[in-house]
Design a protein around this ligand. Structure first.
Ligand code: MN
Length: 466
């Protein structure tokens, strides 16, 4: 079996189905996965129903309908095949499209998963896109959504651009005309919406002395040193996307000079990344580029309205439904940001506890567990970046569990920090479960095993850095 064969078989399975149920995850990758498949399936006039779940577990399995439709599990399912078996789902009624580690079960469910072919930087939306493209060549317009899913799942993060099959998808988007790849751009978030000086001052990985967390410093760099106007003719602040390429180059060059003042050497290439812009979306909105679009979808998911995100993704732009979904998604994004900011301020005001290789704080049940990881990442940019941050919180719907979220940065990853490995080891040792990426990871452990957990993780980080 090859990945190409898995994709072709999956396309065949879908084409032969009378009706399909998509079961997907509520984050940016899951929402774009659903939107890609939804369009590929409805374009063939196959009946379709979609279900979103926070995670696939015994409690949420009940949302999977009991009918004779083909159940397509996407962005989840590979690691929960025992649940599908327990539910009595037959091999013939299941298709899994996933990028998580697959579980061995007696029933050989049909699966598309790039992981076993070494494609670690391909998200579920990416795999789903290949299936959609196999169903019909004209589905290459859906590549744009898969780019958002890949970027949302941090597939571009380590290499500062999409690679391998995920890059092929971005190239399809260029062919389709709704994706523009911008090379050699600044590795920072908010190219379409953030006022220029804030955009630069939020840039924190790598930390740029005199610019990161210093909006005035960033403003001086733009106006005084680069001699670039901060505002447009109408008086509004410019955004990064407004800049001409020679203006961008001047700023990047100056940022590189600032890096010389770093406490320790930072490779200047770390400032550079590839961006994915969508020319068919309005300027100055989060819809305009992959990473801001992904944040908006994550906001929809985290405030439990994944279907609003999906409606935006499917982009029937003339419909009232679409317009309403866009404004609802924008509201969720605003709310999302304000709660995250509140949480970051709480972390900074309360103060973290520092261990030799870790800083941590328990926020109890003050904030929704779904945003704790992001708040941790933002707080880290204002704290000692050398110490990975760990935030513990309680879950509103499960009094037995503690959720752990960890964040670090590229510099620490390049020194050997691997949060996924650390949390996997530490949580398994206390009967919990963890996963994620080197730079960002999460875990669930029992409340009864909470004491001493930070010290346990600290020891592992110490070992990773030795
Ligand atoms: Mn995913």
């Amino acid at each position: 079996m090859s990945f190409t064969q898995e994709i072709a078989d999956a396309a065949e399975t879908i084409k032969n189905a009378d009706s399909v149920t998509i079961i997907s995850h509520i984050d940016a990758d899951g929402i774009t996965s659903e939107a890609v498949l939804r369009q590929a399936i409805t374009r063939r006039n196959i009946n379709l129903e979609s279900v979103f779940v926070r995670q696939l577990e015994p409690m949420t399995m009940k949302h999977v309908p009991d009918n004779d439709s083909l159940k397509v599990f996407i962005d989840l399912g590979a690691g929960q095949q025992n649940l599908l078996e327990e539910r009595g789902l037959k091999e013939s009624e299941v298709l899994i499209i996933d990028h998580h580690v697959s579980q061995d079960t007696d029933t050989p469910y049909q699966q598309v998963n790039g992981l076993k072919y070494g494609y670690e930087k391909l998200s579920a939306a990416g795999a789903g896109y290949f299936v959609a493209r196999d169903i019909e060549d004209s589905n290459i317009d859906l590549a744009k959504l898969a780019v958002i899913g890949n970027v949302g799942d941090m597939m571009a993060r380590e290499s500062r651009g999409l690679i391998g099959p995920a890059k092929e998808i971005a190239d399809d988007g260029v062919k389709a005309g709704n994706v523009k790849i911008i090379d050699g751009d600044l590795n920072s978030y908010g190219i379409s919406t953030r006022p220029l000086h804030f955009f630069l001052s939020y840039s924190n990985d790598p930390f740029v002395p005199g610019i990161t967390n210093d909006a005035e410093g960033a403003q001086r760099l733009v106006e005084e040193y680069a001699k670039i106007p901060l505002r447009k003719d109408n008086g509004k602040f410019r955004v990064w996307e407004d800049l001409k390429s020679d203006e961008k180059d001047r700023i990047i060059k100056l940022m590189k000079y600032h890096l010389i003042d770093s406490d320790e050497p930072v490779a200047p290439e770390r400032l550079i990344a590839q961006h994915y812009v969508f020319p068919d979306e309005p300027r100055y909105t989060p819809l305009r580029n992959a990473s801001e679009y992904a944040t908006m979808l994550n906001a929809c998911g985290r405030w439990v309205k994944p279907k609003v995100g999906s409606t935006v993704c499917c982009g029937n732009k003339k419909s009232r439904e679409y317009t309403e979904a866009c404004s609802e998604a924008a509201d969720m994004l605003r709310h999302h940001r304000s709660v995250i900011r509140e949480m970051m301020e709480y972390i900074l005001d309360t103060g973290v506890k520092e261990l030799s290789h870790l800083q941590y704080l328990h926020v109890g049940d003050r904030f929704p567990d779904t945003i704790v990881g992001i708040g941790a990442g933002m707080a880290l940019s204002k704290l000692n970046w050398r110490l990975p941050i760990m935030i513990l919180c309680y879950l509103p719907d499960d009094p037995e569990l503690v959720k752990i979220s960890m964040r670090t940065n590229e510099t620490m990853v390049s020194k050997g920090v691997d949060l996924q490995a650390a949390l996997l080891e530490a949580s398994e040792a206390v009967g919990g479960a963890g996963g994620g990426h080197k730079i960002a990871a999460g875990a669930y452990i029992s409340r009864s095993r909470e004491a001493g957990f930070a010290e346990r993780v600290n020891e592992i980080l110490k070992r990773q850095l030795s």
